[in-house]
Design a protein around this ligand. Structure first.
Ligand code: SF4
Ligand code: SF4
Length: 365
């Protein structure tokens, strides 16, 4: 049962450890959140049981790569009651917004969540409206978060009853699958808590089997430093050569472990026009963009955070994997540019295309 699925809310009174005021707040939240486009919400109580030792070990082993921000603020990340005042937070409201849409057909892929406009400000505005409503109607102190604060969103969403963290470590909603943005409101209000969902991965291992870089090192364990999402987005600097071929045609992020998840058979396309895919030209034209063009064309896109050098680095890797002779002039131009990292990746791509044109196995080049 989807404890806090909006459509079902109120039909399952045994779900909540109820108080009248808690019910009233949840009912109001249901209506407001639904009107704002969220398809589900739940509440986790804090203090909250988190896998603190696992997280600390994960960081100690360097599985977060160069995402050093994950090393900071762990007093609050692992003790979310500290997110307001001196341990005054009592509940975390979790909201989910669908971004699913089929991939556009073009010669390269972008993670679905990044096809359209950036979601952060757009969702934050909606959270602020909910915070205002809570403050005016019920009091309390509220803090909205969209991917920005020291919050472990997925275990919190699991605790709130939205779904379970699958073997890929992604949150799976039983009636929706994996294609949701998660957002949070931390509050000092004590609210009725969602019923935890049971893990329904069963014997499935599709996500582990399909991962191009073996980044899911064991069920429920991700080595982020090997993940294509990390390598193509978070990682600054050269992409280690051992991962370049596995990146394939992925320009930004990777959806492979989500695409194969059987729970995504329930996915329905988003109704948010802002998430509609942007028009983008083919890669050899993208490689010719200068700073001004990149800034202008990527305005409002999540891909803008790459900055031009990482964007071009990624283009070179994809062209090295799927490019043809027609891409060589653009790559040679990039190889002669001022940025040494981009030039190295362009030369790598030129060599790979050359091997393919001569039908020589790469290892014999
Ligand atoms: S996003 Fe891609 S690279 Fe990362 S774990 Fe999933 S399948 Fe592997
Ligand atoms: S692909 Fe299978 S094992 Fe992986 S998260 Fe989905 S259901 Fe679980």
């Amino acid at each position: 049962m989807d404890a806090y699925c909006l459509a079902g809310l109120g039909k399952h009174p045994y779900v909540y450890a109820v108080s009248y005021s808690g019910h009233a707040i949840v009912e109001k939240l249901r209506n407001e959140a639904e009107a704002l486009g969220f398809h589900a919400f739940g509440v986790a109580a804090v203090p909250l049981e988190l896998r603190r030792e696992y997280y600390e070990q994960w960081i100690a082993e360097g599985k977060h790569g160069t995402m050093t921000w994950m090393e900071r603020n762990n007093d609050r990340r692992l003790h979310p009651e500290q997110l307001i005042g001196n341990g005054e937070a009592r509940s975390i409201i979790v909201l989910a917004l669908n971004y699913y849409q089929p991939d556009p057909v073009r010669g390269y892929r972008i993670a679905k969540y990044a096809l359209g406009d950036d979601y952060h400000n757009f969702i934050l505005r909606r959270l602020k409206r909910l915070c205002r409503m809570l403050r005016e109607d019920y009091g309390g102190d509220q803090r909205p978060y969209v991917d920005t604060g020291p919050l472990l969103e997925k275990p919190i969403a699991e605790a709130a009853g939205l779904g379970w963290q699958g073997k890929s470590t992604i949150l799976i909603e039983p009636k929706r699958g994996t294609w949701s943005f998660l957002a949070n409101i931390v509050t000092t209000l004590e609210l009725p808590v969602g019923e935890k969902q049971k893990d329904r991965c069963g014997t499935c291992t599709r996500c582990i089997d399909v991962c191009p870089t073996q980044a899911i090192i064991a069920p429920y364990q991700l080595d982020a430093s090997k993940c294509i999402s990390y390598l193509t987005i978070e990682h600054d600097g050269a992409i280690p050569p051992e991962y370049r071929e596995a990146i394939g045609d992925r320009l930004y992020g990777c959806d492979e472990c989500l695409d194969v998840c059987p729970w995504n058979k329930w996915a329905v396309p988003t109704v948010e026009a802002k998430f509609a895919p942007r028009e983008l030209p083919e890669l050899r034209e993208l490689l010719g963009w200068d700073e001004a063009t990149f800034t202008e064309r990527m305005q409002g896109s999540p891909m803008r955070r790459l900055k031009l050098h990482r964007f071009k680095r990624n283009i070179c890797v994809v062209l090295g994997n799927v490019g043809t002779a027609e891409d060589l002039p653009a790559l040679r131009w990039a190889a002669g540019g001022d940025d040494a990292m981009v030039a190295e990746h362009a030369n790598w791509a030129i060599a790979r295309i050359g091997h393919r044109m001569r039908r020589v196995p790469i290892s014999q080049g």
